[in-house]
Write a protein that binds this ligand. Structure first.
Ligand code: NAP
Length: 255
């Protein structure tokens, strides 16, 4: 089945590495123009080169922006529209977790950062994309949450709460923006990236034994789901959360 992404323009936040980079690469492979953003321009320029080498002729714009900075966010969305004429797809992917420990002990500054980057940025970038053109001609938004937003877990409770908020924000936006704009969410399980390194680096074999599908995720596993949600194959889906976790959340209970 054709994805219908050819010629569309997608903006992906947090695209300098990990899941965001894999999504940008996968969209470019489908013929989409990609606008890649994160804080460091140099890293983005490298990714743009990689995409260009893998998919010669692909439309790629690398534009640095801190997702929590309203001016930088607006400049990035404006640059996307100026370069490609329109914006069709927004992937709110950038995320952070500056705190590990019991939820009651989190400092206000760490809590505020988690809300700013993981949660409010979704609202901010959605608003900008709508104003740029999505509201006018329609489009698709994909928010990257986490299976942590669906379960309880030690150590990353406040991060998980922000991801539960992303799931709800997606449902709310889907309701408010239908039928012109579809909004869906992906809830990844443990994926081998920089963000989750502390969770998998010294335990990969052990964790893999407990995964129903026998391995930790790769960024491309999430990118495949993003291609589906961005494209025409999911045209009757909105407000949903697609869990992509190697079966982690269907492990039998030990109780
Ligand atoms: N890996 C997992 O196991 C897992 C599981 C569930 C959900 N997720 C979610 O997946 C998403 C992507 O994470 P990842 O695992 O791919 O992590 P990653 O490899 O560490 O990549 C994070 C990306 O976000 C960018 N970023 C971080 N803070 C930013 C900010 N303030 N403004 C703009 N860009 C920022 C980073 O680039 P710069 O540092 O250059 O800005 C980088 O491009 C996150 O929302 C994460 O919560 C990951």
């Amino acid at each position: 089945m054709r994805t219908g992404l050819e010629g569309r323009t997608a903006l992906i936040t947090g695209a300098s590495r990990g899941i965001g980079k894999a999504i940008a690469m996968a969209f470019a492979a489908e013929g989409a123009n990609v606008v890649i953003s994160s804080r460091r321009q140099e890293a983005l320029d490298e990714v743009a080169k990689e995409i260009g080498a893998a998919h010669p002729g692909a439309g790629v714009l690398a534009k640095a922006a801190h997702v929590g900075d309203a001016e930088q966010a607006a400049a990035c969305v404006d640059a996307a529209a100026a370069e490609f004429g329109r914006l069709d797809i927004l992937v709110n992917n950038a995320g952070t977790n500056p705190y590990f420990g019991p939820m009651a002990d989190i400092e206000p500054a760490a809590a505020a950062k988690i809300v700013e980057i993981n949660q409010f940025a979704v609202v901010q970038w959605t608003r900008l994309a709508l104003r740029a053109s999505l509201a006018e001609h329609g489009g698709t938004i994909i928010n990257i949450a986490s299976v942590g937003g669906l379960v309880t877990e030690h150590g990353i409770g406040y991060y998980n709460a922000s991801k539960a908020a992303v799931i709800h924000l997606s449902r709310q936006f889907a309701m408010e923006l239908a039928p012109r704009v579809r909004v869906n969410c992906i809830a990844p399980g443990l994926v081998k990236t920089h963000l989750a390194r502390a969770l998998w680096e010294n335990n990969e074999a052990e964790i893999s034994k407990y995964m129903p599908l026998g391995r930790i995720g790769e960024p491309e596993d999430i990118a495949n789901a993003a291609v589906f949600l961005a494209g025409d194959a999911s045209s009757w889906m909105t407000g949903q959360t697609l869990v992509v976790d190697g079966g982690a959340t269907i492990r039998p209970s030990i109780a």
